[in-house]
Design a protein around this ligand. Structure first.
Ligand code: PEP
Length: 266
């Protein structure tokens, strides 16, 4: 079984106090649910993606806790005159282990193209960088309604595969996030999500079965404690990328508790 990931994308929310409280609160609740507080190890991964100013603090706050820190964005460039940008080497140096690449809000609000997304993904794979890409892909409501979901997903994946090859996915994570389900309260049904996850895995499987079968594909789009279990037990869904419900200890810990129940049954 692939190890489940529960990832929280805080977007542009939070404060120093929230960073400390959320990390300690979620870790405490996850330990309580797992009843293994002595071992300090869970059977699944918890990731948090705070805003850039809180990343160093989040790394310090999560020290010796089973929570890994990632950034919400990074530059595709190594260094230079790129005012306002943050490089992957900088993120790596402060202890970030993951970075979101191509979140739909960046694609839509900041005009990130498939090419730029692919460049950022490729930059993560450079020798000197130790930050894993978590690639976000997904269709809009209009695309789903016009029956082009698979074509859209395939094009978003192909842009990255063309740049880095299938081996670029060996140590990466994908999040399928239907744009119409992000922040709307509307969730893809477990069957709708599973269908797209299977499409993604099958597409990659044709290029490299080993990489495709070990790749973790997360679902994102209004995941809550009440729907996490039904989504995450699907065959090709390996956890979630969570926005709104990652900002409150009760909600995020509730999702971790749902995962704990899944792993105890397997
Ligand atoms: C997200 O921002 O990636 C997301 C899935 O948000 P929400 O859970 O709020 O829909």
């Amino acid at each position: 079984m692939r190890r489940i990931i529960v990832a929280g994308n805080w977007k542009m929310h939070g404060s120093s106090e929230m960073t400390a409280d959320l990390i300690s609160g979620v870790a405490r609740r996850a330990f309580e649910a797992s009843r293994i507080s002595e071992q300090r190890e869970l059977g699944y991964d918890i990731l948090v993606f705070p805003p850039a100013p809180y990343l160093s603090q989040a790394v310090a706050n999560s020290d010796s806790l089973p929570i890994t820190v990632g950034a919400q964005n990074a530059s595709q460039f190594d260094s230079g005159a790129y005012t306002g940008e943050v490089s992957l080497a900088m993120l790596s140096e402060i202890g970030c282990e993951y970075v979101l690449i191509g979140h739909s809000e960046r694609r839509k609000l900041f005009n990130e193209t498939d090419d730029e997304v692919a460049e950022k993904f490729a930059a993560c794979l450079s020798e000197s960088v130790k930050v894993r890409p978590l690639l976000c892909i997904g269709e809009t409501l209009a695309e789903r309604q016009s029956g082009t979901t698979e074509a859209v997903i395939a094009a978003q994946l192909d842009a990255v595969i063309d740049k880095v090859g299938i081996t670029g996915f060996a140590d990466s994570v994908i999040a399928y996030e239907p744009v119409w389900a992000i922040g709307t309260g509307e969730t893809a049904s477990p069957e709708q999500a599973q269908d797209v996850h299977a499409f993604i895995r099958n597409k990659l499987d044709k290029l490299d079965a080993k990489i495709a079968q070990s790749l973790r594909i997360l679902y994102g789009g209004s995941v809550k404690p009440s729907n996490a279990h039904a989504l995450f037990v699907q065959k090709d869904i390996d956890g979630g990328l969570i926005g709104g419900a990652s900002l409150e200890v009760d909600d995020f810990a509730g999702i971790c508790e749902a995962v704990q129940k899944i792993i105890e049954k397997t």
